[in-house]
Design a protein around this ligand. Structure first.
Ligand SMILES: Nc1ncnc2c1ncn2[C@@H]1O[C@H](COP(=O)(O)OP(=O)(O)OP(=O)(O)O)[C@@H](O)[C@H]1O
Ligand SMILES: [Mg+2]
Length: 324
């Protein structure tokens, strides 16, 4: 764990949750990670932003002393409250932004900038509206220098993987939200990056579509063996998909703890052990949310005990039921 992170009490009575303390800890898939080697390494990464002008100018500490490794082929989830620096961290790993202190290594080499080996998929799929599904997927391949035939073949392969062959000649406006995200996934995978950085890719989708995409993404990951860093507010999403969950705390953004998810893939998302793990992590997060509520609200604003982990009444989406 990050030396600057506050000590945490852990999750009493949660058998599948084991805390990892630094690089030596052994979690569910730790032996596999060791065998696979390290893909991304973060060491003491800190980042400030300057905002405001004149008297209102201030320095905001977005990330403080972040250190963890992502193993080759690992699915790592980053979870934390809004503003804790998840997107900033993704940008730093992608090489789109530079840390003020600390270092990011990709395959042992310091990250100097963005590259096709580390691609980001955002919540807003970023498809080109004037191009068909197939042309969107082919777009990045032109930049890689593939000829027309090779581009077409590769696009066809990845569109088949996301089950969109039938819609290859459609334009983005003719697709549902889930289909757009599957196109974005195919477009990113077609470039065959080493690492896929996904920043809340399913946050804007309805729960059913998200369920389908969880199955889809798990299958794609098992087929392609990509290293994935996946930002989400949803503990359920993190527990379903990831090997480990990096839990971040805010103000400043730092690693609170790292939780292994020791269940083999492909997973049965209704497995009672998985459901129990999710419930127990959510229970722990209520404490963090209470702190957030105190910082960001009036003194009389309290979270009711059990309000986060409890299921909302049917048809009512509190937006907090599964997330932090
Ligand atoms: N370019 C910027 N200039 C100034 N402040 C910034 C900038 N980018 C991010 N921040 C601040 O840094 C903090 C972390 O932002 P970031 O977007 O990384 O959080 P996040 O965890 O991704 O939040 P969310 O879950 O809402 O997406 C926030 O307080 C944000 O206001
Ligand atoms: Mg963000």
């Amino acid at each position: 764990m990050n030396a600057a992170a506050p000590a945490t009490s852990g999750t009493p009575g949660v058998s599948p949750v084991q805390e990892e303390h630094g690089q030596d800890a052994r979690g569910g898939n730790a032996h596999k990670r060791d065998a696979r080697g390290t893909k991304v390494r973060l060491r003491g990464v800190s980042k400030h932003f300057e905002s405001g002008v004149g008297d209102g100018a201030h320095r905001f500490e977005a990330l403080r002393d972040i250190s963890f490794d992502v193993a080759d082929g690992e699915f790592l989830a980053l979870v934390g409250p809004s503003g804790c620096g998840k997107s900033t961290l993704i940008n730093v790993i992608a090489g789109l932004d530079k840390p003020d202190a600390g270092e990011v290594f990709f395959e042992g080499q310091p990250v100097q900038g963005a590259g096709p080996d580390r691609l980001v998929i955002f919540q807003d799929h970023g498809l080109f509206p004037w191009l068909t599904v197939q042309k969107n997927v082919e777009f990045g391949l032109r930049v890689l220098g593939l000829d027309k035939q090779a581009r077409r073949e590769r696009a066809a392969r990845y569109l088949q993987m996301v089950h969109l062959t039938r819609f290859r000649h459609s334009f983005p406006f003719q697709l549902s939200g889930g289909m757009k995200q599957r196109t974005a996934l195919a477009r990113a995978l077609a470039v065959e990056p080493q690492v896929l950085l996904m920043d809340e890719p399913f946050a804007a989708l309805d729960p059913r579509t998200r369920d389908i995409l969880h199955v889809e993404l798990q299958n794609l990951w098992l087929q392609t063996h990509k290293t994935i860093v996946f930002v989400t507010h949803s503990v359920e999403e993190a527990v379903r998909l990831s090997d480990r969950i990096v839990v971040m705390a805010s103000q400043p953004g730092r690693v609170r703890r790292i939780i292994p998810v020791p269940f083999p893939h492909p997973r049965d998302f209704l497995d009672p052990e998985l459901v129990e793990l999710r419930a127990n992590i959510l229970k722990e997060f209520e404490e963090e949310l209470e702190i957030l509520v105190k910082k960001e609200g009036d003194d009389d604003w309290h979270l009711k005990a059990g309000s986060i982990s409890a299921r909302p009444p049917r048809g009512v989406d509190l937006g907090l039921a599964d997330g932090i």
